[in-house]
Ligand binder design. Sequence first.
Ligand SMILES: NC(=O)C1=CN([C@@H]2O[C@H](COP(=O)(O)OP(=O)(O)OC[C@H]3O[C@@H](n4cnc5c(N)ncnc54)[C@H](OP(=O)(O)O)[C@@H]3O)[C@@H](O)[C@H]2O)C=CC1
Ligand SMILES: O=C(O)C1=N[C@H](C(=O)O)C[C@H](O)C1
Length: 264
Amino acid sequence: MNAGEDVSENSTVNEPVKVAVLGAHGRMGSEAVRAVDNAKDADLVCTLDHRDSLQQLVVSGAQVAIDLTVPSATEDNVRFCVAHGIHCVVGTTGWDDERLARLEQLLSEHPGVGVLIAPNFSIGAVLAMRFSAVAAKFFESAEVIELHHPNKVDAPSGTAARTAALIAQARQDAGLGPSPDSTETDPDGARGAKVDGVSVHSVRLRGLVAHQETLLGNEGEMLTIKHDSFDRISFMSGVLLGVRTVGSRPGLTHGLEHFMDLDA
Ligand SMILES: NC(=O)C1=CN([C@@H]2O[C@H](COP(=O)(O)OP(=O)(O)OC[C@H]3O[C@@H](n4cnc5c(N)ncnc54)[C@H](OP(=O)(O)O)[C@@H]3O)[C@@H](O)[C@H]2O)C=CC1
Ligand SMILES: O=C(O)C1=N[C@H](C(=O)O)C[C@H](O)C1
């Protein structure tokens, strides 16, 4: 679905879904405000940023909140929404296993509410993650390189961490051990961060938006799975797919792929 298309699955017949955007002045938030504004069957009822009261979500009657804030704020925001029966579409990073477990517990106490945690909303990035997981078991070595704009506050990126976790799971399922690596000394972390044993390398460079490469190696060959977001518009069809679908998917959904027909 493209930005501007129908997002009415959450709403009663012909009633637009009422949407709030948290982090509305940010790079992603401002793009999401535009996307929701342009969507025929979504009503932007509330925009919040730093230090705004979450009570405005309740007063506005928002049915779905889109969280595009910062890792330090997103958990409290989402917990508030769930407690008030507001579905959430979350793009903010920082959702580690502990946070996800706490959220699942809270959601079990609010069984009608749906939350989508999407490490990446771009269709290409979702596919690149899936392709990386599918390919992982066929290669002896696997590493991930993510490249982003220098204003990004967290490393590695949420997408890279998720990709590495999926690769690690696929390798484990296939009975593969760690990637071969004879490094004996690495005082400054030149071999990258380890996510579930998979090396992830982070680049921050002026001019970039969001880019990632999965490198998979065997003797005599390398497969590179590469994705580039050149513009934040690339995330908006996924944001709207989340808004359209989340109300009909109670509980926690981790990854936009679960709202897509990847295996059809
Ligand atoms: N899933 C995906 O596809 C994507 C996810 N992201 C993720 O989204 C998040 C936002 O990215 P980006 O837009 O670049 O970041 P920005 O820093 O541009 O935007 C974050 C915004 O959130 C505001 N904010 C901070 N705290 C709160 C709070 N408690 N309540 C409401 N708003 C708050 C900030 O305000 P102030 O500056 O005043 O503090 C700022 O306006 C990041 O975690 C990023 O990794 C980004 C792109 C795609
Ligand atoms: O901060 C960003 O810009 C992005 N953040 C997300 C992440 O950390 O994976 C998604 C995308 O890479 C852009």
